[in-house]
Design a protein around this ligand. Structure first.
Ligand code: COA
Length: 432
């Protein structure tokens, strides 16, 4: 059948589309900047009208309003976060939602097995001449969840870029289509202060020409990019990337020429940025998005040589154990792809892993180098996996070093005002 006829038959409004969600359903929402805000908002706005009870809303990074996490929505929705953020962490902390620890690379398998998907809410590009829509900026777990969902509801948005890769779905696979052309969620480039610049400079000193980079989210990865302008032939195989990478591509610094897999192409599983990034990736054959169980699989990551993973964390103890996702028992984010990339980089020939953080938090009141991981906090990356730890005060290199030497190096990159206290703990631990 002509796909245009199929398309026309499936058209409906957002309010009609969400009427197909039933009490007790598990609803998976497209990740991060790909969120179909018109559908998530309609789901929340119609909760009373459709009498939803106990609808489980599952996703990783939430960039929309996350109205289903509001206290007054508690009887309608329960959030199950695979990664928390500002709009979702309070619901979990207050017991109105839950957190499920998972490596990002394993999220698709979760949806195929223990968390079967009743409904998936998607946001897709317009169909091409063959009737295929791109998942645009969010392929990650979204495409795998769409493949196994019982009901697929899609916002079709002509502003969603058509991003290449294993990133398409045919109109015939969708159940309900809601056309709505809205600006995508934007993530403005973060403010980079002196501390971030110094950290960026320290990290850049560990990056060599020809390296293949993974960059996390936030001010630190963006600050690194400022100091990479003199490098040559860098590659990108990253969970995500933002506007900063576009600058390096346009400056001829990122060429992907030295990669072993997907040579000449930037690879990611999702993208977060502004229209500058979204315009750049639209219909661009040098940018490839694939599902997260391929992009973040350490066995795939390590097929490139000289992989450098750059991530951030909450605190590091004197043994080199890294907590990246909780402050004590309070979950603030998730494991995400950190361990996937640390492991992949460690397995890559010539690979390096970098954990970067400001030396202090809470306006200088708290040291992020700590004697012990805070009680109740999760160890995200183990001491055996961690190698370089970077702050504004320098670089510690831990892999292959004794506990004694690790502690010494970490104290040397802690903020000066906390070093005495850390040394006292060192002396207790290593009296001779
Ligand atoms: N003790 C107490 N509070 C701390 C703290 C510490 N040791 N370290 C950070 N915080 C607080 C900050 O003050 C900030 O509080 P606020 O929200 O009230 O301002 C909050 O925790 C977040 O810290 P910040 O440094 O602003 O976070 P960030 O945006 O740079 O992100 C991580 C840092 C660690 C949370 C983030 O990188 C992450 O979630 N990592 C795990 C996942 C990952 O690495 N994925 C792979 C890359 S995509």
């Amino acid at each position: 059948m002509d796909w245009k006829k199929i398309y026309a038959d499936k058209l409906c409004t957002a309010d009609e589309a969400v009427s197909h969600i039933k009490s007790g359903d598990r609803v998976v929402v497209t990740h991060a900047c790909g969120e179909p805000v018109i559908l998530t908002d309609a789901m929340v706005a119609n909760a009373d009208k459709y009498g939803y009870k106990n609808v489980e809303v599952v996703h990783m990074v939430a960039m929309g309003k996350a109205g289903y996490c509001a206290p007054e929505m508690a009887e309608h929705f329960r959030h199950n976060g695979l990664f928390l953020g500002a709009s979702t962490k309070t619901a979990v902390f207050e017991g109105r939602g839950d957190f499920t620890p998972i490596f990002f690379s394993e999220a698709p398998e979760l949806f195929r097995t223990s968390l079967p998907v009743d409904v998936v809410l998607l946001q897709l590009s317009e169909p091409d001449e063959h009737g295929y829509c791109s998942f645009g900026v969010s392929c990650d777990y979204t495409k795998p969840a769409a493949e196994c969902a019982k009901i697929r509801i899609a916002q079709i948005n002509k502003k969603m870029p058509r991003v290449m890769g294993d990133n398409f779905i045919h109109i015939s696979e969708l159940d309900y289509i809601v056309p709505a052309d809205e600006q995508l969620i934007q993530l403005a480039p973060p403010k980079i202060g002196d501390v971030q610049r110094k950290i960026g400079e320290n990290i850049a000193s560990l990056v060599r020409d020809g390296d293949c980079l993974q960059l996390g989210i936030g001010a630190i990865p963006d600050a690194v990019l400022l100091f990479l302008k003199e490098k040559k032939d860098l590659g990108i195989h990253s969970e995500m990337f933002s506007d900063g990478v576009v600058e390096l591509i346009e400056a001829g610094v990122v060429t992907n020429a030295c990669k072993q897999i997907e040579k000449g192409k930037c690879v990611a599983t999702f993208l977060m940025g502004t229209d500058r990034l979204y315009d750049y990736v639209n219909d661009n054959p040098t940018v490839v998005l694939k599902p997260v169980d391929w992009v973040n699989d350490p066995r795939v990551i390590c097929q490139n040589d000289n992989v450098v993973s750059i991530n951030s964390c909450v605190e590091v103890d004197l043994m080199g154990q890294v907590c990246s996702e909780s402050i004590g028992l309070q979950q603030i984010s998730g494991t995400g792809g950190q361990v996937d990339f640390v492991r992949g980089a460690n397995m890559s020939k010539g690979g390096r892993t970098i954990m970067a953080m400001p030396a202090t938090a809470a306006k200088g009141k708290i040291s992020k180098v700590v004697p012990f991981i805070t009680e109740g906090a999760a160890v995200t990356t183990s001491r055996c996996d961690v190698d370089y730890v970077v702050t504004e005060y320098g670089i510690a290199q831990l892999h292959g070093h004794t506990l004694r030497d690790r502690a010494k190096q970490l104290i040397a990159i802690a903020a000066p005002e906390f070093r005495e206290g850390l040394k006292e703990e060192y002396n207790r631990r290593f009296p001779r």
